[in-house]
Design a protein around this ligand. Structure first.
Ligand SMILES: C[S@@+](CC[C@H](N)C(=O)[O-])C[C@H]1O[C@@H](n2cnc3c(N)ncnc32)[C@H](O)[C@@H]1O
Length: 282
């Protein structure tokens, strides 16, 4: 059976009332394989029942809180579309601040050696590889499934970072970098935000260190400890962190002997990325 025009229109309207009209539009495009323009240009187009059932099922999952990006399999970051799966964090606009600060540090270094620790979908490493074609970019993650998504994104965007499975710096023995960037898991274990806004569908490994009482800073501490051994003299460490963690992350960098410590604000004006410079050798 094929639906009548009215039926398709009704379906879209009902979906819009449940999940918002923008999400309903994206899910309809995904289920039908048609662009928005095609759907507008051919409002009488009929679709097989199977397609409409797929749409209904996506709408039901969205209504249950599953993020749109996982349902359609992609998300936008820095103006590019990246593949995502439930193995990776969905790219957040705040992370553009990390890329901007990384760009400011990498500019001017010839063939910079850059490491993105905890690369997830690969967004940061891939943007840096695109902006700095002569850079040697290494992207690590402890999750093999995340690295699979990151590799697919690198191929999609025609760049070739080196991907390494690594628990923080464990697989980077003896390597030095001119810039280390990371958006580590930083939500405190047990934070009620973990139960909201689709976060239960995202990998907990990407969101929190899982340790009660650590204030979400355990991964950041490990990152700073490890980075000290892998930054070339005068090189920079950039860490994305939570909206209320800036002062504590600056203090951790100071304790570890970094200089030039400062924070950069995201587009909402929140201190979001801390940076420090590794001591130069005496
Ligand atoms: C907040 S996500 C960031 C992902 C991506 N860089 C982004 O900005 O969208 C943190 C990432 O750290 C990874 N991770 C967690 N524990 C790790 C560990 N011990 N070693 C390396 N990566 C780890 C997670 O798998 C996840 O991909």
């Amino acid at each position: 059976m094929t639906p009548t025009r009215e039926k398709l229109g009704d379906l879209k309207r009902r979906a819009g009332e449940r999940i918002g009209f923008s999400d309903a539009r994206f899910l309809l495009e995904h289920a039908t394989g048609c662009t928005h323009a095609e759907l507008i240009a051919s409002p009488d187009r009929a679709f097989p029942d199977e397609v409409l059932r797929r749409f209904e099922s996506l709408v039901t999952r969205r209504a249950a809180g599953e993020p749109l990006a996982y349902l359609i399999g992609s998300a936008w970051f820095c103006g590019l579309e990246f593949l995502v799966s439930p193995a990776v964090l969905i790219p957040r606009p705040e992370t553009e601040t990390l890329v901007e600060r990384a760009g400011a540090h990498a500019r001017g270094i010839r063939r910079p050696r850059i490491a993105d620790i905890g690369t997830g979908s690969g967004i940061v490493a891939i943007m840096l590889a695109k902006y700095f074609p002569d850079a040697e970019v290494t992207a690590t993650d402890v999750s093999d499934a995340a690295l699979g998504v990151a590799r697919a994104n690198a191929a999609r965007h025609d760049v070739t970072p080196r991907f390494v499975q690594s628990d923080w710096f464990s697989a980077l023995d003896g390597e030095g970098f001119d810039l280390i960037v990371s958006n580590p898991p930083y939500v405190a274990f047990g934070d009620p935000h973990l139960l909201e806004n689709g976060l239960p569908f995202e990998p907990q490994l990407a969101l929190t260190d899982g340790v009660a009482g650590a204030g979400g800073l355990l991964c950041i501490r490990k990152l700073i400890e490890g980075a000290i051994r892998h930054l070339n003299p005068g090189a920079c460490l950039l860490i994305e962190h939570g909206y209320d963690q800036a002062a504590r992350v600056r203090a951790l960098l100071a304790e570890a002997g970094f200089s030039g410590i400062r924070s950069a604000r995201d587009a909402s004006g929140i201190e979001r990325v801390a940076e420090g410079i590794q001591k130069t050798e005496d």
